[in-house]
Structures are given as C-alpha cells and as structure tokens.
Ligand binder design. Structure first.
Ligand code: ATP
Ligand code: MG
Length: 404
C-alpha cells in the first residue's frame, strides 16, 4: 500500500495572484526540512500538496512537517486498489492503531469516479458495518465524531485517511522578504524572531558581543537560541558584531543616563548598514512597550531617529507572561534564562533615562566619531550559518583535562 501525506495550505489559499510563488516556496521549505529522506517526492498542486513517502518513515516526516509555516494541516493518506475488501482491510488495520473501543466514528465517502460499482451510501454502510463488527464498544456519531474515516473513490485508486494533524499555520518563510533581527540572549527577541518567521519573513540574525566584558558563553547561548529558531526558519545566517570599542567610547563620552539610548542608536545604525549589504527590507527587534526603561515610546523615538527603515517589533504589545508562554512553547525559555551577561547588562547604568530627549541623544552622540566607529565595527563582523542540528555544547574543563 502506498502512503502519501496530504498537505493543506490554509491562509495561503486566499492569496490569489501570489499563490504560485507561495506554494513553490512552501515546497522548497518542505524539501529542505526533509532533505535526509530524498526518496520522498513533493508534488505541489493548486489547492494542496502531496508527498509520496516511497517507504520513508511516516512518523518522522510528519514530525518534520509540524513546524513548517504555511501548512494549515496534513493527513496521512493510504492509496488502495479499487477493491472494497482491500479498502475494508486497510480501514480496520488503521483503526486498530487508534484504540477505537469506546470511541465514536463515521465514514465519509466521496466519489469522483461515478462509474464505480458502489455509490457513497453503499460504501458508508459496508465499511460502517465492518467497523461495528470488528470493534465492540465503538459507536457511530455523525456530528463531530472522534474518528472520521475519509474514503475518496478516484478514477485510478481509492484513498483512505483517518487523521488530520494541525500544522504550524502562518506563511511560508521566504515569502515576505528578508529582515535583520537583533537577537540578544534574552527571552523576548527569540519569541520576536519566531513570530517574524511565522509571517513569512526570512530572518538574518544580528548579535552584538562585547568581549571581554561579555563571555564566550553568552555568545554560545545566543547561537543555541538561534539553533532552536532554525527549526522554524530552516538555516539562518548569524552575524556577530564586535561592539566593545563602540561601547567603551560611549562610556567615555556620554553621560550615564544617556548611555543606553546612544548605545541602542549605534546598534540600530549598524544593523541598518548590515541590512543594506544583505538586501534586507526591514529591521526587527524584541522590544516590548513599557517593559524596561529603554522601551518607552519616547525612548523608541530617540533610538529610531537614526533610520527610516521599517522596524518590526513583533512582541511590542504582548504581556511578558504571554511572551514567556510562547518562549516555553518554542523551547527557547530555558536557554534564555541562563545567567550569562549581555552587552547591555554589562554597560547598563543603574538609572537609564526612561524618557530620553531626542535632541539630547543627538547631541551626546555627536561627541563620537560615529562614521569611523561604524566603519571599523562593520569590518569586524563575522557570519556563520546556523541550522537546527548545529551543536554548541560547551567543552567542559573536565573534558579538556581528559584530552591531555
Ligand atoms: P530581550 O529579552 O530580547 O533581550 P530585553 O527585554 O532584554 O529583550 P533590551 O535589553 O532593552 O530588552 O533589548 C531590546 C531589544 O534590543 C532586544 O529585544 C533585541 O532585539 C535588541 N538587543 C538587545 N541586546 C542585544 C544584543 N546584545 N544583540 C542583539 N540585539 C540586542
Ligand atoms: Mg535583553
């Protein structure tokens, strides 16, 4: 018996003219996610897509489909010859795996081959009786049954399907253009990254590191977060920006209560320069209105002043508890709360200005050689590709001793 996975698009179906590009991107993303199973063939059609498994493990493939954005739902579909005894055997076999006793079911038959010798009522009755005979305790329920056995009589074969699994929703990554996401090691920016990916954006990650004030562990922590996000984003470019020199200069020249604002302005400028080089269309951050001193609206005005590029803030209006709930769901929370110091924490003044004045921020920043610092910093940026299977486990001191 042949097994197919039927993939439904959801929101995609309403996208009209763009639909072809969307389905092609989705097919590409699916192929990438299942690349270790080259035997699986992906067939994009207008309203759905099917995957011929050709012997690949069904459960594994379904696990890989689960986090792919742009998939509304999917179902394993079994292709059976046009012989009712064979259909019956398949239905009973599949039901057995679902622990059907005490559950209720219905049979839903669709027939596009009207020359087939049985009509839909014949088939519903025949299979319904077979199920009732085979599983004592099972009952028929026509409205919202526990198990809906779908039978589709086609010209070339009959398709049987019992399960519909909810997909990740959203839009296929890569259909909404590229953004440069400022990723710290905190709780918010990984969640913001996930949400940007869900709306179809291709995300490049930008992380500011200030060695030796920030440790290699802080950088590794952020890369481990990136690997978690790569489950949704496919592989992602991770840019490490050497921020030490700029932070030291700011610390030297800017009054303490404007350190944070000027530092953020420099981060924004650098991200914007990198975005230009990379062909990105927007910048994204994990800022949330009112959460901390640097995230008041006045503060956003003072920081955002350095660019006209759209700044996407996916978690701007979310409550912290709701952000945490998403962080747990996408498995970034436990890493985010590890205690390594971020560059902002190290340089953070005890009392940053909660309502910085734009004019003052500009004035203090002008004390720096902004262009020179930016240019020097850009030259030191490094990049690496991070995938879901990237491994950044620390080499422990004990392990090192074992090596000698
Ligand atoms: P997060 O939980 O994302 O760290 P936060 O609540 O700690 O956010 P801030 O420290 O004010 O907030 O940072 C606001 C945003 O600035 C972050 O969400 C992130 O987008 C960006 N940012 C902060 N520090 C860094 C960093 N070291 N590298 C890259 N981006 C950063
Ligand atoms: Mg932070």
């Amino acid at each position: 018996m042949k097994v197919r996975l039927l993939v439904r698009y959801g929101e995609l179906s309403t996208k009209g003219r763009n639909k072809k590009a969307f389905t092609q991107q989705l097919a590409k993303n699916i192929k990438k996610a299942i690349r270790q199973y080259p035997e699986v063939k992906v067939h994009p059609e207008y309203d759905f897509m099917y995957l011929d498994l050709n012997g690949a493990p069904e459960e594994e493939i379904m696990k890989l489909l689960k986090p792919i954005f742009g998939i509304q739902s999917f179902s394993p579909v079994y292709i059976v010859e046009k012989d009712m005894e064979q259909v019956k055997a398949v239905v009973l076999d599949l039901l057995k795996d679902l622990n059907p006793t005490e559950k209720n079911f219905k049979i839903t038959t669709k027939r596009s081959d009207h020359s087939f010798e049985y009509d839909t009522t014949d088939i519903n009755l025949f299979l319904g009786d077979a199920v009732l005979d085979a599983f004592p305790g099972i009952t028929v329920k026509l409205k919202q049954p526990d198990i809906n056995v779908r039978v589709d009589v086609r010209r070339e074969h009959i398709m049987v399907s019992l399960q519909t699994i909810q997909g990740a929703g959203g839009l296929p990554v890569g259909t909404s253009g590229r953004v440069n996401m400022m990723l710290s090691g905190g709780i918010d920016s990984p969640v913001a990254t996930y949400l940007a990916l869900k709306r179809g954006m291709e995300v490049q990650l930008v992380h500011f590191a200030s060695p030796p004030y920030t440790s290699p562990d802080a950088l590794t922590k952020t890369k481990r977060l990136a690997a978690k996000l790569a489950v949704y984003g496919g592989s992602m470019q991770f840019f490490t920006v050497p921020f030490t020199e700029i932070q030291e200069q700011i610390k030297k020249s800017v009054p303490e209560n404007y350190l944070m604002t000027v530092m953020r302005r420099m981060m924004m400028r650098l991200t914007d320069e990198l975005r230009k080089q990379q062909g990105g269309l927007a910048i994204a951050t994990g800022e949330s209105v009112g959460q901390v001193a640097s995230q008041t609206l006045e503060s956003m005005i003072a920081i955002n002043d350095v660019t006209n590029t759209p700044v996407i803030r996916p978690v701007a209006t979310m409550d912290k508890l709701d952000i945490i709930a998403v962080a747990k769901e996408i498995d970034t929370f436990d890493i985010s709360i590890e205690p390594f110091e971020d560059c902002c924490t190290v340089f953070a003044p005890p009392s940053p200005k909660t309502r910085p004045k734009l004019e003052k921020a500009r004035e203090y920043e002008a004390r720096l050689d902004v262009e020179g610092l930016i240019e020097h910093c850009l030259a030191g940026i490094t990049v690496e590709e991070i995938t879901a299977s990237s491994n950044f486990d620390q080499v422990k001191d004990d392990d090192m001793e074992d090596l000698f």
